[in-house]
Design a protein around this ligand. Structure first.
Ligand code: GLC
Length: 802
């Protein structure tokens, strides 16, 4: 069963049934202003920070049939009273003749038909302006004249998102509204919390005369609030009560009479929701966006932005679903994680507990460096500014205040307060940025460390290179009994939290990958001393891993504080972990023989038809000492679930051993586009990767959750482009080294790289999985498989023979 289809030509997924098993969302705008909209027109909007400056109230725990944040009512005058319905299906739930939600790049368009009225509503935030526009077109499809009214509604929240839920004394006493009447009966209704009346004023307005309005939820619902959003009592009267709430639950509902709409006639209204310091300063822009032509231009600009962005890399492979993801939906998801980290989604509620994650965003950057270089660089700077002088990193930070904290590790006193892996990810991210852009002056840029003196001045500032060196130093100087890196509070697997002294094989490998990156960089920078120093560190850690972590059929994942292995045949639960296998191959630490044994064991014990499980067997009961992982039943999340983020690492490992069949099989089995026809099982949006799918130890095997904000986006994109298709930016140019299923006869890639366009065609008439034999660039054969850096704004044709 499906709930819609892909339309790659328009770069949209089209939802055709609003009753999806969970809300399916799309992001509009960005962290500076924006949020998400759901498939029934609901929205969650904030400005700069969802925790401390939230505008609209969205409560994901409400029944799906309720509306959240924003909706609209249409009212038709009929002989026996008003027919009232929402073109967004919720909250009135009328029977529709057509329903479509087009999930586009930075916008959603809703097309519906109810009772002979067609509505088309496009919701977006203009690229260079902070406001949500709803461009609404209403058409009378009947043969008779209709008297139609439009009543858009916004439900506000207190700006401090958490307070809305935990303080029902203070919050309602502070919430106020106000009215600005303009020429021609245009009106703008203001809403603010009293203490922010001069700084953060929310406004809602349209470009059509407003005959009446209301601003209090209970007034709108009627009957002292015992009316319902399904049938608000206030809409049974001709006009709303023009009540300006000076406390309480603030909403805004605006009555627009379209009067007589003739058969086939279309009317258009544009609403704006935004926030400003003082409405006087905003009038000019509000008026600008009241003009249809300006709204159309803003929408075209948004489309152009996405067209340019997605054109930076276009693939054509024999697999349709892979093409959809790599060309459109996966980079779009990467752009979203770059913006929102793990801050605001239907699952990460943006109430302040998190913020921008150090490890998360470092990995996000890697997925998008080819598309959004400037944003990537900006984020890299922010990340390094919360790194500490000893090389470790603060776990997360608030993007507005730049105040960072140690994450969950603060909660447990007997555990370390650093995460053993965080600081190493930045090494990978900066190198990915440099290899993609060639912006080498960045390595000398000075960035402060996090620690400050009493006047809030940084205690030390150092170059980007120095930041990276300190990352490596922290790991090198924080090792445990076996010589492996200390786990700290946790590594990438946030939920295995062991008492002080535990060691992590994963971090050892991440350190190995980071060292390799720095060896590449220093080779390019011609610093032989550092190259040989890092090579020594690399060899040392490789020896340690092979000496202590080989378990016979696979690599062990951790040693606890007593030196006992976790992820070993001696354990009865959590015997084998995926990351210990994939990363030992990724780092190059695994020997040739062990590499094959480890990846085959992974395939045998961890692979399922719906993805690779993180570990097996699941822990079956809470153990305080192990922490979070044992809070889940077996098969869920990190406890033996299919944690998608770790799947691309296995794809990468498979390409390292030249197994294109497995690499692609693993790619394909988690591709959400392949789930489009089994939504009853998967439930989530088929156009983005979720964070997790329940594993086969769980009765609901196959159920996806936590869509959108997951490191899966970045890594699956990297696995697809850099490792399976083998289009890999290096310091020496664009390396082409595919690892594909042998049935693939050919594929092509167009990539913008270092100011030139590479039209690459890969031909595989020998049915190989890996191994390039000949490369022809602009008609001439080159030595090796590194395409030259042209930097000449021209197109170059490349033929690669495998
Ligand atoms: C979540 C966290 C990420 C962590 C992962 C595995 O996705 O955002 O930081 O690495 O879970 O535990």
């Amino acid at each position: 069963m499906n709930y819609g289809h892909f339309n790659d030509d328009s770069k949209e997924y089209v939802i055709t049934n609003p009753k999806t098993p969970v809300k399916w969302i799309n992001y509009i705008g960005g962290l500076s202003f924006g949020g998400f909209v759901d498939q029934t027109g609901g929205s969650l909007i904030c400005r700069k920070d969802p925790a401390t400056n939230r505008i609209v109230k969205y409560i994901p725990q409400l029944p799906l049939s309720d509306f959240n944040g924003e909706t609209m009512y249409i009212r038709i005058k009929e002989k026996d009273g008003y027919r009232i319905f929402s073109p967004f299906y919720t909250p009135t739930l009328d029977k529709y003749d057509q329903y479509e939600c087009h999930v586009g790049m930075g916008y959603s368009t809703y097309i519906s038909e109810f009772y002979g009225v067609r509505s088309e509503v496009t919701i977006f935030v203009p690229r260079d302006s902070e406001r949500v526009l709803r461009d609404i077109k209403i058409t009378n499809l009947r043969e008779e004249n209709l008297e139609i009214d439009l009543i858009p509604v916004v439900e506000y929240t207190h700006f401090e998102a958490m307070k809305q839920f935990n303080n029902a004394d203070w919050v309602p006493q502070t919430m106020m509204s106000d009215l600005v009447v303009e020429k021609g009966d245009l009106k703008t209704v203001l809403q603010y919390a009293f203490m922010r009346k001069d700084t953060n004023v929310n406004y809602f307005t349209s470009n059509h005369p407003i005959s009446s309005f209301t601003t209090d939820k209970n007034h709108f619902l009627g009957d002292n609030g015992y009316g319902t959003f399904k049938r608000p009592k206030s809409l049974e009267k001709d006009e709303l009560d023009n009540y300006l709430a000076l406390r309480g639950d603030n909403i805004v509902a605006l009555m627009h009479h379209l009067d007589t709409v003739k058969p086939k006639e279309t009317r258009r209204i544009i609403t704006q929701l935004g926030q400003c310091e003082g409405i006087e300063n905003e009038t000019k822009e509000i008026n600008y966006y009241r003009e249809e032509a300006n709204v159309e231009k803003a929408f075209l600009d948004l489309k152009k932005y996405w067209k340019n962005l997605l054109n930076k890399l276009v693939v054509d492979t024999p697999n349709k679903e892979m093409n959809s993801m790599l060309n459109i939906f996966n980079p779009r998801q990467c752009n979203t994680t770059l913006n929102w980290s793990r801050y605001l989604s239907l699952y990460q509620l943006g109430l302040g507990a998190r913020g921008i994650g150090f490890r998360d965003s470092s990995q996000d950057v890697m997925g998008i460096v080819g598309h959004s270089k400037d944003e990537a660089k900006k984020l890299l700077r922010m990340l390094m500014s919360v790194q500490k002088r000893n090389g470790s990193a603060m776990h997360q930070f608030n993007p507005v205040t730049m105040i960072a904290n140690e994450g969950d590790s603060r909660e447990e006193e007997d555990r370390d307060d650093f995460y053993g892996d965080d600081h190493l990810w930045i090494v990978l991210a900066v190198n990915a940025y440099l290899k993609e852009t060639g912006d080498f002056s960045f390595v000398d840029e000075m960035i402060p460390f996090y620690e400050k003196d009493k006047e809030e001045n940084p205690l030390e500032t150092a170059s980007v290179l120095e930041h990276l060196k300190r990352s490596l130093m922290f790991t090198r100087t924080h090792t445990g009994k076996h010589g492996l890196p200390l786990l700290g509070f946790a590594d990438w697997n946030d939920t295995v939290n062991l008492p002080k002294g535990a060691e992590s094989v994963f971090i050892a490998n991440l350190y190995g990958v980071a060292l390799n990156e720095m060896i590449d960089l220093y080779t390019f920078l011609d610093d032989n001393t550092l190259v040989s120093k890092y090579k020594k560190y690399y060899q040392h850690m490789k020896d340690v891993v092979n000496e202590v972590a080989w378990d016979g059929e696979w690599y062990t994942r951790y040693f606890d504080h007593l030196g006992e292995p976790i992820g070993s045949k001696v354990n009865s639960e959590g015997k084998i972990y995926a990351n210990a296998q994939s990363w030992t191959v990724f780092s190059g630490f695994a020997t040739e023989e062990r590499k094959n044994i480890a990846l085959d064991s992974l395939n045998k014990y961890l692979n399922t038809s719906k993805g690779i499980k993180l570990s097996y067997p699941g822990y079956n009961g809470y153990e305080e000492e192990k922490g979070g992982v044992t809070t889940y039943p077996p098969g869920a999340k990190e406890n033996g679930g299919i944690f998608l983020h770790s799947n691309p690492w296995v794809m990468i490992a498979e390409t390292k051993r030249g197994n294109g069949t497995y690499a692609f099989q693993y790619y394909n089995q988690i591709n959400p586009a392949t789930k489009n026809n089994i939504i009853e099982e998967f439930e989530c949006e088929p156009y983005v990767y979720p964070q997790n799918i329940l594993g086969d130890e769980h009765p609901q095997f196959g159920l996806g959750r936590n869509s959108w904000l997951s490191g899966t986006a970045s890594w699956t994109y990297q696995a697809g482009i850099k490792y399976i298709l083998g289009i890999m930016p290096t310091y020496q140019g664009l390396k082409i080294d595919p690892c594909i299923p042998k049935e693939w006869k050919k594929f092509s890639v167009v990539k913008e790289y270092r100011n030139a366009i590479y039209n690459i065609e890969v031909l595989n008439s020998n049915c190989k999985e890996k191994g390039v034999v000949k490369v022809i660039v602009d008609g001439k054969e080159i030595r090796g498989n590194n395409l030259p850096i042209f930097d000449d704004s021209k197109e170059h044709n490349v033929k690669v023979f495998m």
